[in-house]
Design a protein around this ligand. Structure first.
Ligand code: NAD
Length: 328
């Protein structure tokens, strides 16, 4: 299979590329490197199976003609490119419109024009906004996102579904929990570790630590997407297939647990006393942050998939991985 990964030099995309290459597939990573890093792709060349290929294209999805030309001849699109840093939308109100909504339209339009039929799309729990039902199932509504990022992803989901029904594409949308693991470039674990590198004695936490989310390890995220590809999308009969799953682990973890885990593991790794934690007053992290998300993963579980690590275990593993990366 020839796989075209948008955002292929990012945190999830680069690890997804390695996974497909290990399965013997050919992979094209398409990324403009605004958030991704070329060094994340350094293992890919050595993973190419006999008869398969790997290529990296540094290009912007906003350039439709280049996307169409690059996508020709592929069998599957894994659409991961986006502005993944939600807090950026506060300062730049058009960043999610461009790198989310328009980039997604161009990806789908390029599929239509180049005859690629199948797509896996990375959406987010942020589309639910501050949902009153927890854990939140896929059929929850009304959907009232509170960030530009969530609004953009909700629009993207609509585009994916409309292209599937109008142009014969086959699509699975995943509403991801918070994904954690090596190569992450932002998020609470990343921020806490960066703060401790600057001041190893005190860890200042934005908010009062009660904000809680579902965390999923990146390895489980990738396994989940491939499970849906193999068991749901590829066996689907006929064109215009559309399905949507929450992709999450069991349980939630709060910011206090994340901060304590980072402080403990950082002190172990450095051989220094455990840093003192200082919390703020607010129950919210930043404008647009949903303080409490908990996804109901039972729809996807009915297809035989379950995350190996529950939320707390995913956090603990990711903290160790991120600290060892940063101290290397
Ligand atoms: N990491 C999470 O916790 C999480 C949670 C929910 C959803 N998601 C979604 O999963 C996907 C992957 O996230 P990630 O954490 O790997 O983020 P990431 O920032 O590491 O990867 C996104 C990649 O897209 C690229 N990109 C952005 N705009 C582009 C454009 N216009 N043209 C070409 N490339 C462009 C960036 O350079 C980056 O490499 C994103 O769509 C994100 O919204 C992530």
């Amino acid at each position: 299979m020839k796989v075209f990964i948008t955002g292929g030099a990012g945190f999830i995309g680069s690890q997804m590329a390695e996974k497909f290459l290990k399965r013997g597939d050919s992979v094209t990573c398409f990324d403009n490197l605004i958030l991704g890093k070329k060094e994340f792709l350094k293992n890919c060349g050595s993973l190419v199976a006999t008869g398969a290929t790997f290529q990296f294209i540094q290009e912007d999805l906003l350039n439709l003609d280049r996307v169409i030309a690059a996508m020709k001849g592929h069998d599957l699109v894994v659409h991961l490119a986006a502005n993944s840093d939600i807090s950026q939308g506060v300062e730049k109100s058009d960043v999610d419109l461009k790198n989310g909504t328009i980039a997604t339209f161009n990806t789908l339009e390029a599929m239509r024009k180049s005859g690629v039929r199948d797509i896996l799309f990375a959406s987010t729990s942020a589309i639910y906004g501050e949902a009153s039902v927890k854990p939140t199932p896929e059929n929850y509504g009304p959907l009232i996102p509170i960030s530009f990022y969530g609004a953009s992803k909700l629009g993207c989901e609509g585009l994916v579904s409309a292209f599937a029904h109008n142009c014969g594409l086959r699509a699975v949308t995943f509403r991801f929990a918070n994904i954690v693991g090596p190569r992450s470039t932002h998020g609470a674990i990343h921020d806490f570790t960066e703060r401790l590198l600057k001041d190893p004695k005190v860890l200042k936490v934005l908010g009062n630590g009660t904000q809680a989310k579902s965390y999923l390890h990146v390895e489980d995220c990738i396994e989940g997407m491939l499970h849906a590809l193999d068991r749901v999308l590829l066996p689907a009969a006929g064109p215009d297939f559309y399905e949507c799953f929450n992709l999450a682990s069991l349980g939630v973890s709060n910011v206090k647990f994340l901060a304590e885990t980072v402080a403990r593991e950082f002190s172990k790794a450095r051989g220094i006393p455990v840093p003192v934690l200082e919390f703020g007053e607010s129950s919210r992290g930043w404008v647009g942050d949903v303080a409490y998300t908990w996804l109901d993963g039972s729809r996807f579980e009915k297809h035989g998939w379950k995350a190996r690590l529950e939320s707390g275990a995913a956090v603990e593993r990711a903290v160790r991985e991120i600290i060892s990366e940063k101290l290397a």
